[in-house]
Design a binder for this molecule. Sequence first.
Ligand code: WT7
Length: 665
Amino acid sequence: MSDDDTVLEARLPEGETFDPPEAFIEEANVTDPEIYEEFEENWPACWETAAELVDWDREYDQVLDASDPPFYEWFTDGKLNASANCLDRHLEDRGDEPAIEWVGEPTDEADRTYTYEQLHREVNEFAAALRDLGVGEDDVVTVYMPMIPELPIAMLACARIGAPHSVVFAGFSAQALSTRMNAADSSYLVTCDGYYRRGDPLDHLEKANEGLDGVDYDVDATVVVDRLGPNGDGFGHDLADGQHDYATLIADHEGATVAPVSRDAEDMLFLMYTSGTTGQPKGVKHTTGGYLSWVTWTSQAVLDVKPEDTYFCAADIGWITGHSYIVYGPLSLGTTTMMYEGTPDYPDNDRLWEIIEEYEATQLYTAPTAIRAFMKWGEEYPDRHDLSSLRLLGTVGEPINPRAWKWYYTNIGDEACPIVDTWWQTETGGMMVTTLPGICEMKPGAAGPPLPGVDAQVVDAAGEEVEAGRAGYLTIQKPWPGMLRTLYRNDERFIREYWAEYSDLDSDDMDDWVYSPEDGAKIDEDGYITVLGRVDDVLNVSGHRLGTMELESAIVGVEGVAEAAVVGGDHELKGEAVYAYVITEDGYEGDETLRQRIVDGVESAIGPIARPEQVIFTPDLPKTRSGKIMRRLLENIANGEELGNTSTLQNPGVVEDIQEKVRDA
Ligand code: WT7
């Protein structure tokens, strides 16, 4: 067993199983277990099942064109528009039904409901405004907004005119915004003045403006939504030249309609930047036909979404979860999707339960990190509310420990809701490994079997399937419609990062190409996959992906820092937390002042989500004889684990010193 395997094995959960509740099965969207076999036999034609859920302007010719792997094309020559699928096609039957129920953070502020009719109207008006500002088909529009209705409106308006959006999470820093705009050559920005966080207004426009200063070219136009209100908590910003007030644009385009642009199935719908092993974020490119089919089908099959539901995903639209499962999937199915602006602990720890009770939400989809926090706060908070409207619970973003799973099952689901533990990634577009809630038994801690038609396998370093129960690496052996098509303007990095490990790069045969998500996993006798965590230099902090290189370059950018190594340490709530080992420059003290400057440096380079939990100053870092930093050892130290043999180190003496510092911290 290699070193890697030992670490992976140590994270394995206990075994116990649960059957899906009878009452749920009776009403479930998908209940026929034959689906697994049928999809396997009919692959790739099985994906017509997904494509049929979408309205096409022109039918596609071929389900899959695999002539040039890994540049797969799905539903070739089909034409469609994502905004028409999410809005126009529901107007006749569901025009007066709520599309979005929005709850702001301040409890004294009125909630906002957008019916399909109203959402359609505002998306059209904003699409017309964007066009007038000069946005053309295929121009990338950056959207830097928190959880306010104008965020999905902007996304759908872009989709309507065929302009790919690139949404940047509002919690990201100014610098992160400039990096992403520059990388995408994006000349348009939609943002807002501010938003609320735990009762306080935050100045978002200041950050956006600072980000704009870091863009290498002149941006053509910026649109600013006034979220805080002119007399309320606004920060009194004047709009600069080229900056437009959103409400004025909407008023100027009152009643305007824009015919949805018929996009090729393979035309880009959006870009989403995500962290990788280098400092430069990766621009994951998703296209229109495959992505929309994938998120629509998985919303229906896995989240069991029905039009009459009030579906609540508590993620942020700034991440892929929100793109796929707050906006595109649910709206494509014509259901009611909830949006909540704030955090679950404001004004009190029962805020989510209060919202679920008030709106009679039918599904809740959230992250294990949130569930662990709920568990810590105690069941008295959910107990205050009637949660009996819930039919299904979901989790995503990181492995869920069986204890948190059971707490969720009992205290939120009242043992009457199936839980879907969904493994997927920004790159996969939508869910890949999860139980089907009306069919499969549930095993807490294991995500489940791959979805029907998804060929996921756990392999060893040589690419051979491992035995049941042994740790290995998760791979996807066949393409799927929701997959990323490339990294924006970087086909070479796309191949290197996702395909090079297990594929025959010279082959034109699809069977020789294997997708590598960089996760450790094991599979059991029933084909259930337990995901063990990342195997590359990427941390998963509260379900957010952070590259160690990004963090390290932010830290060495701080005056007084000579060298830094970042690893993930286990954290009760966050799953993983950022541990930074820092060597100071001559003449600098590793003191509280420098620690604070390092924390600030990381926050301004990335954002508060990346804030180091621990900064450990050390005169040296453990290195191999060839000079490589021993990250595994630093991880073991962070977690207070046994270290094993350190005698092969260049500088074994440093280890004890660091251990002591971590213990004392
Ligand atoms: C990474 C992808 C998927 C949307 C949110 C995160 C981890 C995701 C699970 C799960 C164990 C999971 C993996 C994956 N992950 N879901 N159910 N069980 N791990 O998207 O930022 O692209 O991160 O999140 O490590 O590779 P992302």
